[in-house]
Design a protein around this ligand. Structure first.
Ligand SMILES: Nc1ncnc2c1ncn2[C@@H]1O[C@H](COP(=O)(O)OP(=O)(O)OP(=O)(O)O)[C@@H](O)[C@H]1O
Length: 734
């Protein structure tokens, strides 16, 4: 948690005028103790010996800051250079983007480390400019999509599990196996519905739904029921429809329409037909939805973060459910930016001093609006966090099962999800969908500011190891051999695994900082399996979660945190005897609490009650933990009954009060009055656009293809021109 009374970190990624942020920036990118990687990979000796990065004399050669206006950021980097030996993971900062367009010496401060270690990245089925700019700004070289040996892999579409099996422990991939269970509309709804059938109303946060064509019968009954209900109440069917219909695999509002009867549903599917939420909370009489960014660094045990900055997307025309409305339905009832930007009423937010201008606001601006209306915006955010945690829990079993067979190493995967949430009149949040690769387009100043910080923080959470390519190359054969052996036979004898002689030779040269004891042990014995077993993986995850605490930037960890095990364990599926979630809670939360409060040690008598932790004695004595958990889920779902924190029963309030306090992060401003920000991402100067030969060739070919395509389009437009003109002229004559 950020220290109280300190301003939110405000700095401008495009001017490098770091206003109040220097102290916070250093804090935010806190470095770890010397032996971190050793601890982290204590069991994976092959990584252990790769920990040292950089000879001390090189730190002295590292570019020194000039005493210019950029001094503040430079000081931070000098500190970073000095400490670099103590940091084992790449530190990303949105500040780096300031220099990448100019030939400024200053950019070296950010790029030298990536270049020196020859770190690489590749992008597959994605060409996000933001990711490319961020990686190039930190000296990472872009490789062609075929290169298997890269440090960071950014995928824009689902990855095959066979590819995931090849991941090396130092690689980072922005996806978990089977996360499509969350990001395909029908699967998401079905997973949550399944959890609801097991755990009841705690999972009541998606609208009633049907998937065509397999649920056509049920849907017909639902249409009849709704018609009867409406006519019995003396009303009329809602305009534009009681149900909203979406293709299960489309996005950006494509193919959406409304339905009131079976006759409106086409035979071809699959389609997701869900109940239209006709009473949305309105902002200045406009419907809106929220885009919440969620990062997951582990699914089992679950480790989830919500970004404290997000977006509110407003419909461009006022909300109206009367059939007489002359306005186009899509601009009234759909809030997608991709649709509304085409409306003549759409107002772009080009200003940076204002977060609530036009039809795209920041999450903070929206929450401040809600607060001004006398509503409890922070409780709304706790409910949104709750639905996020439950959505992730609903697919935990699937992802954990797939991960067991797919992921050889812990900590290689992370994922960013975009949760779309609609808020109704009672301030109840409803989950509409979860996006696999949320848009990282930066076409307005707010987008650029928010998303550059988001991606820097996300990559910091991912913990990209700082390992020299030479060392990686030298140990890869041994590791591959070990991986293949374990693939051939799950029970392969680890004693048979030997380091590649070439690798051993490299190791004998002893990379700087390598502990002789480690080296000797490895070379002499050579009898440890290089693939960690489940228990070792768990230990690595525990250490990574501790590491993430110092690198999470503006992400708020929503699971695990104080009280979550007690509240959520009754609505979590049993995933076997590992009990990773409970054990992680005990390691990361209970132990910390015990350390912080010796009083708590005295009061927690049994180990089970201690794992439920943070209960105050008053709440714990009056109610059983299961009862408090039931009450908690009631509070999360029943928004009219508990509209503000003051209405929440004391037993639950005691647990959620720290979360509520932390939720003030969501309501803060991200911009600074009087400050101006770049509206677009910088163009990377050619010398900084590091690419491998094959990647450069690919981009050359693409450039030519794009130019040809443009030419063809222009030619086609020219050809059509007279026809259109003729048509217009003919119309006029008529
Ligand atoms: N059940 C619902 N009730 C009310 N409005 C809804 C409902 N479902 C969707 N909408 C509206 O329709 C819009 C598009 O829905 P949704 O986000 O599910 O589709 P999409 O095409 O996947 O959009 P994208 O992927 O671009 O976010 C939402 O932003 C929301 O305004």
């Amino acid at each position: 948690m950020k220290p109280k009374n300190l301003p939110r970190e405000i700095y401008n990624p495009f001017t490098n005028r770091n206003r109040k942020g220097r102290f916070l920036l250093c804090k935010r990118l806190k470095l770890r103790p010397d032996n971190y990687l050793e601890e982290y990979c204590a069991d994976l000796e092959v990584i252990n010996i790769m920990a040292p990065i950089r000879p001390a004399e090189e730190a002295e050669r590292c570019p020194q800051p000039s005493l210019s206006e950029e001094q503040e950021a430079s000081e931070y980097l000098v500190a970073r250079c000095k400490k670099i030996r103590t940091s084992d993971y790449m530190l990303f900062s949105s500040d780096a983007l300031v220099h990448i367009a100019s030939d400024s010496k200053a950019s070296e401060k950010y790029t030298w480390l990536g270049e020196r270690l020859r770190l690489t990245f590749k992008m597959m089925r994605s060409d996000s400019r933001l990711i490319r700019t961020m990686c190039h700004s930190h000296g990472l070289m872009q490789c062609s999509s075929k290169n298997p040996q890269v440090n960071v892999i950014w995928m824009g579409a689902p990855v095959k599990s066979v590819k995931m099996r090849e991941l090396m422990p130092w690689q980072r991939l922005n996806q978990f196996p089977r996360s499509t269970e969350l990001t395909k509309k029908d699967r998401l709804y079905e997973n949550i519905e399944r959890s609801k059938s097991i755990f009841g109303e705690a999972y009541d946060f998606i609208p009633e739904f049907y998937v065509t064509p397999r649920e056509n019968q049920k849907m017909e009954i639902a249409f009849d029921r709704v018609l009867k209900e409406v006519t019995a109440a003396g009303g009329e069917l809602c305009f534009p429809g009681e149900f909203i219909v979406k293709p299960t695999n489309s996005r950006q509002g494509k193919g959406i329409f409304f339905a009131n009867s079976m006759a409106d549903i086409p035979a071809e599917g699959p389609l997701l037909v869900s109940r239209y939420l006709k009473d949305p909370y309105l902002v200045n009489n406009h419907k809106f939805d929220l885009r919440i960014y969620v990062a997951v660094t582990s699914f089992y045990p679950l480790v989830a973060y919500v970004y404290s900055e997000g977006l509110a997307r407003l419909a461009s025309r006022p909300y109206d459910t009367s059939a007489s409305s002359a306005d186009s339905n899509e601009y009234v009832h759909l809030t997608n930016y991709s649709i509304n930007k085409n409306s003549t009423s759409f107002v772009r937010n080009e200003s940076m001093s204002s977060e609530d201008l036009g039809h795209k606001w920041t999450l903070g601006a929206l929450l401040r609006y809600v607060e001004n209306e006398g509503k409890d915006a922070k409780l709304l955010m706790l409910r949104i966090e709750d639905l996020i945690v439950k959505s992730l829990l609903s697919i935990q079993n699937s992802v954990a099962t797939a991960s067991r067979t797919t992921l050889r190493f812990a900590c290689t995967n992370f994922e960013l999800f975009g949760f779309d949430v609609l808020v109704d009149q009672a301030l109840k949040p409803w989950l509409l969908e979860v996006n696999l690769s949320p848009s990282l387009a930066c076409d307005a100043p707010l987008d650029s500011l928010l998303k550059t910080r988001l991606i820097a923080d996300l990559l910091n959470l991912a913990c990209v190891p700082l390992l020299d390519k030479k060392i990686i190359d030298s140990v890869t054969p041994a590791l591959r051999k070990s991986m293949n052996a374990s693939q051939d036979s799950e029970t392969s004898d680890p004693d048979e695994l030997e380091l590649d002689p070439k690798c051993a030779k490299t190791l004998k040269r002893r990379p700087v900082g390598l502990k002789r004891s480690v080296l000797t042990k490895k070379i002499v014995s050579g009898n440890t399996s290089l693939i960690p077993n489940t228990e070792k993986k768990f230990d690595q995850i525990v250490r990574k979660v501790e590491l993430e605490e110092g690198r999470r930037g503006d992400f708020i960890r929503v699971f695990p945190r104080n009280g979550t095990w007690g509240m959520y364990s009754p609505v979590m599926e049993d995933l076997g005897s590992d009990d990773f979630d409970e054990r992680l809670f005990a390691e990361v939360i209970t132990k910390k609490n015990m350390k912080n409060s010796s009083e708590q040690i005295a009061t927690s008598s049994s180990s089970s009650s201690s794992s439920h932790s943070t209960f105050s004695s008053s709440a714990f004595s009056s109610m059983r933990i299961e009862e408090v958990s039931d009450l908690f889920h009631d509070v999360m779902m029943e928004c009219s009954k508990y509209p503000s924190l003051a209405d929440v029963p004391i037993e639950v309030r005691e647990i959620i009060s720290p979360w509520y306090e932390e939720a003030s992060e969501y309501t803060k401003k991200i911009t600074q009055d009087g400050e101006t920000y770049a509206s677009k991402l910088p163009t990377i100067r050619s010398t900084a656009r590091l690419r491998t030969k094959s990647c450069a060739e690919f981009y050359e070919v693409r450039k030519v293809q794009m130019a040809k395509k443009k030419e063809a389009e222009a030619a086609a437009a020219k050809e059509n021109e007279p026809v259109v003109l003729q048509a217009v002229a003919a119309k006029r004559v008529v």
